[in-house]
Write a protein that binds this ligand. Sequence first.
Ligand code: ATP
Ligand code: MG
Length: 138
Amino acid sequence: MGERTLAIIKPDAVERRVTGRIIRRIEDAGFTIRAMRRVQLSKREAEGFYAVHRERPFFASLTSFMSSGPAIVMVLEAPDAIRQWRTLMGATDPAKADSGTLRKEFAQSIERNATHGSDAPETAAYEIGYFFAGVDLA
Ligand code: ATP
Ligand code: MG
């Protein structure tokens, strides 16, 4: 069945109507979409999701951005999904992202960078539970 990771198409990409192009890239790369929904995060929910970053200088701006409009949250499954999804996304800063990555193509800045991906198995479990608690992912 493979590994699972939490992916987000962030509000900048939803606003720019590139959701379909990003989902196409996800499927072409071989991921299975196990669950998907559209969410409008409150500021408080964005703060909870990014709690590990609460001491960072960009925390207030990041959580305002993430609650500024709808986002698409997904559970992706593939062998080595956590690492593979981060590879497909590319570097956090689009100026440093490799060509062919989603952030190179779709990100506008280091903050408005189109997508999110979990960074470790424990984070993936927490983040999947954050949006899909009680949802049957079988
Ligand atoms: P994500 O967790 O969203 O998948 P990431 O793991 O590549 O991205 P993190 O270091 O976890 O990067 O930062 C979380 C998010 O905070 C980034 O995706 C970006 O939107 C924002 N961010 C990170 N660094 C900066 C920065 N220096 N200035 C502004 N925003 C930033
Ligand atoms: Mg991260």
